[in-house]
Ligand binder design. Structure first.
Ligand code: PEP
Ligand code: MG
Length: 552
């Protein structure tokens, strides 16, 4: 029988191909045993540096653009004779090879960081280089995203947002992780790239390089060594599903014409082209922090203006809701985040960063205003992690002072919902971040697949918070969108509409399904569905009650 592994479906689509396992970074033993005489140890270290340099240079020669530059620069660093000398000096002083490599590169890292600017940006590349050379010396698999000259299914324990942001969707057919959750930022990035993904997949750790798997990112299933007929049938079913969903087009509305704006979520700049080509009314959430995940220093106003302008130009004539930097928790930005917080999700993240670094927010608003003034996009701006009406008022006033007319807040902290009327009175719109709203309402870490049942946006407690925020927005005549992952579930989209939400923002891949679902039901039915979900005992019952109504 064909073994099937089950996990949580996070990014729709079906793909089949050979597995490539992502090895974790090798940890350098504190005082590893020397493998031979000092001369042998030094020769092995130099050979490892050269082998890694050769590999990086070969990859650089076949890559293009920024990726090629980074790989070739890394190869040059590995071949730097000063580096080799520093490694050998340490080995001669009695330090084991892997530790000598690690320490010498740490010294280089400090020097680069001290130089600041572009050089400091490259400091992280030295960590990658260290992991590669050490892995080579210890005979371990190479860390980082696997390099293959054929498309593959990426299997990992978990991925950091920085890894997900750099993966190449033309190489990675699908993603399967053993850890992770549907609202982790890694899952969000996978979905944005349109790569099918299954997370919290038990048994994924036993998958080995080269074995063929069939990944169903809608059902959350991974079939190991499937028969060709099974792959063909799954692909065909997915094509039919997509074709059916794609029949509806244009602005979102219910069957009786109630408008619900359909927008896209945008993160990395390279998503812009595909996102702009999608049939949407604009961008409901532009996560600007994803642009700067690898930065050591804050981007300048001019650099930010240029990036924002490119996005605004791509969406000329449409709405673009830009979120100011949401640094912190699982998206640390080196220039904005304190590294030693005991509880990063409850720490200085989102708008709170402006308490310590007011200039960062001021520069971003200035860059946004500058980019907006020369563009034909309808630019709105909002702040993440707002907890009080005072924060909302200060932010909106600051944005307005910069000439940004529409200034709103993310509603993703339960306190903001409880005081939603006060918040609505001082800003121009709400955008509900149901990923964090669920995390904070249910006191469940959003990165833990193990707590997926609590983090489920179908939890009636979370829906109750959505209802309260939508009601407060409506009373103040302010738009209330949803930009969390819940907006991309077609059935949930009906419930959110019934709760009074006025726009839904999601990964482009999810738009057709949500549009088609809305077009099938009247607003009255959506209101009924919302009522059923709210009065259910738990998330599973809420979903099945709405499903039953949809079937009727
Ligand atoms: C959210 O919290 O729902 C949200 C959209 O923001 P992020 O996922 O980036 O925290
Ligand atoms: Mg959030």
């Amino acid at each position: 029988m064909t073994p099937i592994l089950s996990g949580i479906a996070v990014s729709p689509g079906v793909a089949a191909g050979p597995v490539a396992v992502m090895a974790p970074a090798s940890s350098v033993p504190e005082a590893s045993e020397s493998i031979g005489t000092k001369d042998e140890e030094a020769a092995a270290a130099k050979a490892a540096l050269e082998a890694v340099a050769g590999d990086l240079a070969a990859r650089g020669a076949t890559a293009s653009g920024a990726a090629a530059d980074v790989l070739l620069a890394q190869a040059m660093m590995a071949r730097d004779p000063v580096l080799a000398t520093k490694v050998v000096e340490r080995i001669e002083a009695g330090v084991a090879g892997p530790r000598a490599v690690s320490d010498a590169l740490a010294e280089f890292r400090k020097q680069l960081e001290a130089l600041g600017g572009y050089m400091a940006e490259r400091a992280a590349d030295l960590d990658d280089l260290r992991d590669r050379v050490v892995a080579r010396l210890l005979g371990l698999p190479m860390p980082g995203l696997p390099v293959r000259d054929f498309p593959y299914v990426l299997v990992a324990s978990d991925l950091a947002p920085a890894d997900a942001a750099t993966l190449d969707p033309s190489r990675v057919l699908a993603i399967v992780t053993e850890e992770g959750s549907p609202t982790s930022h890694t899952a969000i990035l996978a979905k944005a790239l349109g790569v099918p993904a299954v997370v919290a997949c038990r048994g994924a750790g036993a998958l080995t390089d080269g074995i063929t798997v069939l990944v169903d990112g809608r059902a959350g299933q991974v079939t190991v060594a499937p028969a060709d007929v099974l792959i063909e049938a799954a692909m065909k079913a997915e094509d039919l599903r997509r074709a059916a969903a794609a029949r509806a087009s244009g602005p979102g509305h219910t069957a009786d014409g109630h408008p619900v704006k359909l927008l896209v979520n945008l993160g990395t700049a390279r998503e812009t082209h595909a996102a702009a080509a999608a049939d949407s009314e604009g961008v409901g959430l532009f996560r600007t922090e994803f642009l700067f995940l690898d930065r050591a220093e804050a981007p300048s106003q001019a650099e930010q203006r240029d990036v924002y302008r490119r996005v605004f130009d791509a969406f000329a004539g449409r709405e673009v809701v830009v979120r100011t930097l949401d640094a912190g928790a699982d998206k640390p930005l080196r220039f904005a985040t304190q590294s030693a917080e005991p509880n990063p999700a409850l720490g200085v993240r989102g708008l709170r960063t402006a308490r310590r670094l007011p200039e960062l927010l001021a520069t971003q608003l200035a860059a946004l205003a500058d980019a907006a003034s020369g563009s034909r996009a309808d630019v709105w701006v909002m702040a993440p992690m707002v907890s009080t009406a005072g924060e909302a008022e200060t932010f909106a006033a600051q944005a307005h002072e910069h000439g940004l007319g529409m200034a709103g807040v993310m509603v993703e902290v339960p306190a903001a919902v409880l005081r939603a009327s006060s918040l609505a009175a001082v800003c121009d719109f709400f955008s509900l971040g149901t990923n964090d709203l669920a995390q904070y309402a249910m006191a469940a870490d959003r990165t833990l697949g193990e707590l997926a049942d609590l983090l489920d946006p179908w939890q009636p407690a979370v829906l109750e918070l959505v209802r309260m925020a939508a009601e407060a927005g409506a009373a103040a005549n302010k738009p209330v969108g949803v930009c969390g992952e819940s907006a991309s579930d077609p059935l949930m989209a009906l419930v959110l509409t019934g709760l009074g939400v006025t726009s839904l923002s999601m990964a482009p891949v999810s738009l057709p399904g949500v549009r088609a679902a809305l077009a099938q039901y009247s607003l009255e039915t959506c209101v009924q569905m919302a009522g059923r979900a709210l009065s259910a005992a738990d998330a599973a019952q809420a979903r099945s009650a709405v499903q039953a109504l949809a079937r009727d």
